[in-house]
Design a protein. Structure first.
Length: 150
């Protein structure tokens, strides 16, 4: 009997109602939300501010919450892309180099991400660092993760 590969999801909260956000997590069977934002306390985060989010996750879906800024870009990388309207390919290269320098693949194991969902703000994974994180880890771990973008 073969064991299922670790399943990890990603989600963003912008352009989503709280109801739609939490329903997607519950439907996907998420056990832990891993917040990969650098700043998780901004007023612009609405229902996704760290203290509120932790409470809502527990109450609505018995989902755990952890903040892992080691999986977030630095403020410099973020500002160059967001505020200064930088090139996505430059952002991607800089963030991948940052993950490499941090050795994130040695700080986590595939089974640690099983049933987890990586959270950031972007509505879709296309131009978002949460996708880069799971792709980077999957590449380093021999494509051992089953990834779903919620």
């Amino acid at each position: 009997m073969s064991q299922m590969p670790p399943q990890v999801a990603t989600i963003g909260f912008t352009k989503s109602t709280a109801q739609h956000f939490f329903e997607r997590l519950k439907k996907a069977g998420i056990k832990t939300l891993i917040d990969v934002r650098l700043n998780n306390t901004s007023q612009l985060s609405g229902f996704a501010k760290a203290a509120d989010l932790s409470y809502f996750l527990k109450e609505i879906g018995e989902i755990g919450y952890v903040h892992k800024p080691i999986l977030a870009p630095t403020d410099d990388i973020l500002k160059a892309f967001k505020r200064d309207k930088g090139d996505w390919r430059v952002y991607e290269r800089k963030f991948i180099a940052l993950m490499e320098s941090r050795g994130i693949e040695t700080k986590f194991q595939p089974d640690m991400l099983d049933g987890a969902c990586l959270l950031c703000s972007e509505a879709t994974p296309h131009h978002c660092h949460r996708r880069l994180v799971v792709e980077y880890l999957n590449q380093k771990w021999g494509n051992s993760l089953l990834v779903k973008h919620l």
